[in-house]
Design a protein around this ligand. Structure first.
Ligand code: ATP
Ligand code: MG
Length: 453
């Protein structure tokens, strides 16, 4: 009874067994060797020929077992980063705290990690129990226990085609169960990013979250606030670029994780007007990723935050600001708040601003303006964004159709479109402009007065 209790606390069913993996041969695991990358095989082979242990590990093994071609391959080894580096012509040691090696084959990168050791108990932590450093090397079974989910903790040796399974991952693959290794509460405390990872994998793989793994999520959600913003951002980006972003966000909501978890998600999931826009944007992104097309994080975040920008843009205009400067002010506001909380990289923030700033320019379909737009570096992104605004009902679909035609047309065709369409627009824009110009000083002054205490 007591023994059982202690074992439960330690989160280990049978310690001896946890050190001894189940070994599965090709007939038992059924991995199709053709799904393996030849570069991953080269890496494990080279390491093994030099006398080291080397396995394909983590997400790649999980995907292989699911019959899915892995998008990238990680290798785990008992060789140190220095020893790994020496064996390959193009290999680079990355990272300061825990060094890993990137072995490059053209564009392809195989990430090689030395088995991690030392239990989390002895690592330095912050006041909430988050592990700050865990940079010791160890044995393979120690490496396995430090991984997040049972399905992510299996090792595959391409040479003998055996899978080593330390935590009954194969059973969880078969029953489609996402189960954290060890005591869930302790594992979330050590690294709250795992809360996001649960959601990502459950949604992406269509797995059920094991009840014990799910239970503490709601209560522990606020811990994510102590994680450095850059790490949260990386994990968020993985979630949004998983090809299942829509499902992930729905799952976040279901787990009660969107509240206070990320300011961005609070905004996104709770603005009724923006919901259609965000849903369309994410569905589009998911589709592109599933078709293997590139997706820009700037476009993604520009979409997620658009309705926040729109709200502020309207407010600034109502206060008498011109449309274009009003949009820039709105963008500043939104980016300033989000950069602080989300560690948006500068490049991404610049892309977002560009995409937003193009929007009012699409509405000016007179004179040289549309031709200038054709030369814009980010025309494609801006145009895709415009189409989303049309599809969500924010603006008239006709504008999107006009641009589709204008971009496809030849010289005379473009002239004809310009001559045809802007008539009504010119008419509708002229008084708008005049009105603003007329009221320029007054409302602006009023707004300034209003905002000074
Ligand atoms: P994907 O196919 O989406 O990349 P993945 O499983 O490869 O999924 P990564 O984020 O690339 O996910 O991580 C690689 C492996 O490293 C995981 O499979 C897991 O074993 C381990 N891992 C990653 N992050 C954590 C974490 N926060 N805690 C414990 N183990 C982790
Ligand atoms: Mg991976």
């Amino acid at each position: 009874m007591i023994k059982k209790f202690i074992k439960r606390i330690l989160g280990v069913k049978n310690k001896a067994a946890a050190n001894q993996p189940a070994v599965l041969g090709p007939n038992e695991h059924g991995i199709n060797p053709q799904l393996l990358s030849s570069n991953a095989i080269r890496v494990t082979q080279t390491l093994q020929e030099a006398g080291f242990k080397a396995f394909v590990v983590g997400g790649a093994v999980r995907d292989l077992l699911l019959g899915v071609k892995p998008k990238d391959f990680d290798v785990a080894t008992n060789a140190t980063p220095e020893q790994v580096k020496r064996l390959f012509r193009r290999a680079f040691i990355i990272g300061k705290r825990f060094q890993i090696v990137h072995v490059m084959f053209g564009q392809d990168i195989i990430e090689v990690t030395t088995f991690r050791g030392a239990s989390a108990e002895s690592s330095p932590k912050d006041e909430h129990g988050r592990v700050l450093r865990d940079n010791t090397f160890g044995e393979q079974h120690e490496d396995a226990v430090r991984r997040d989910f049972t399905i992510n903790a299996m090792y595959y040796d391409p040479a003998n085609r055996q899978v080593l399974d330390y935590h009954n991952g194969i059973a969880d693959i078969r029953s489609k169960t996402l189960r954290i290794i060890g005591v869930p509460e302790a594992r979330y405390r050590e690294d709250p990013v795992r809360l996001l990872r649960v959601v990502r994998f459950a949604a992406k793989l269509g797995f059920e979250i094991d009840p014990e793994t799910r239970e503490p999520i709601k209560v522990m959600a606020p811990l994510i606030n102590n994680v450095p913003a850059a790490r949260v951002f990386d994990e968020m980006l993985k979630l949004l670029m998983s090809g299942h972003a829509l499902a992930c966000l729905q799952q976040l909501r279901k787990e009660g994780l969107h509240h206070g978890l990320l300011p961005l998600l609070d905004v996104v999931l709770e603005q009724p007007l923006g919901e259609k826009f965000v849903t369309l944007a994410l569905a589009g992104t998911d589709q592109r990723i599933r078709e293997g097309k590139p997706v820009s994080p700037g476009f993604l975040f520009a979409s997620l935050l658009w309705h926040q920008v729109l709200e502020k843009w309207t407010a600034y205009q109502a206060a008498g600001e011109y449309p274009i400067p009003a949009l820039h002010l709105a963008a500043d506001d939104v980016l300033n708040t989000q950069t602080e909380k989300l560690a948006l990289q500068r490049k991404i923030a610049t892309d977002m601003r560009d995409i937003w700033a193009m929007q009012p320019r699409f509405e000016r379909r007179v004179g040289k303006s549309p031709y200038k737009m054709l030369e814009h570096m980010r025309l494609r992104a801006g145009y895709d964004f415009l189409l989303l605004r049309c599809a969500s009902g924010e603006i008239d679909a006709e504008i999107g159709e006009w641009w589709t035609a204008f971009m496809a047309a030849d010289g005379p065709g473009r002239e004809e479109l310009l001559a045809r369409k802007p008539k009504t627009e010119g008419d509708s824009q002229a008084p708008k402009k005049r009105r603003r110009r007329g009221g320029r000083n007054k409302p602006k002054g009023a707004a300034a007065e209003g905002s000074t205490p």
